[in-house]
Design a protein around this ligand. Structure first.
Ligand SMILES: C[S@@+](CC[C@H](N)C(=O)[O-])C[C@H]1O[C@@H](n2cnc3c(N)ncnc32)[C@H](O)[C@@H]1O
Length: 176
């Protein structure tokens, strides 16, 4: 039977890594809840994602949206994530998919990433995060780019499409 104090030390060590990473990259603005796969597929369909387009998933969690976009749509996908454990899971999922050339997983704060190359941005964050993100999206996204948000709308913008059953909001730049 392993000594319980080993577990306590390991836990403290992991927590320290998490705190140090977050001090360096920023505080999470949403907790981790993975998007169900059937919602992921619906989000990508509503985004009208095309082969060769670039998708950004802001707060990419375990990378499920990135891998699905690359595998099922032939898109290039970039994920930004603050939590080191989730970055590890996303990279592992990416390697297992054999699509490393099409997917990039970046460690960092989603508010610091340049979105000017994005054709599609997916978000499943919080109302607070969407309110903060709104101005950045309007400033950086090119005309024709789509923002697909799960659960939380972008307050003040008229959705280009709204799926009430799945709680998905789609917006198209220029936003109004
Ligand atoms: C609700 S989960 C969604 C995960 C994934 N996009 C999905 O749909 O399955 C939100 C994610 O955003 C990440 N996150 C929260 N704040 C962040 C920040 N400031 N920068 C980068 N990632 C962040 C969390 O760690 C979490 O993985």
């Amino acid at each position: 039977m392993p000594n319980p104090s080993i577990f306590a030390i390991a836990l403290i060590f992991l927590l320290l890594i998490l705190i140090i990473t977050m001090l360096k990259t920023g505080v999470p603005c949403a907790i981790y809840i993975p998007t169900p796969m059937k919602v992921v597929r619906r989000m990508l369909k509503l985004a009208s994602l095309k082969p060769g387009e670039i998708l950004y998933d802001l707060g990419c969690g375990d990378g499920r949206i990135l891998v699905t976009a690359a595998k099922e749509y032939g898109a290039r996908a970039v994920g930004i994530e603050v939590n080191p454990l989730l970055i590890w899971l996303a990279k592992r999922r990416m390697r297992r998919s054999g699509l490393e050339g099409k997917i990039e997983v970046l460690r960092g704060n989603l508010f610091d990433v340049d979105l000017s190359r994005a054709d599609v941005v997916t978000i499943y964050l919080s109302q607070y995060a969407n309110n903060r993100l709104k101005h950045k999206l309007a400033r950086e996204l090119k005309d024709g780019a789509r923002v697909v948000s799960y659960i939380f709308p972008i307050e003040g913008w008229r959705p280009y499409f709204k799926d009430e059953d799945y709680e998905i909001y789609v917006y198209k730049a220029p936003f109004s």
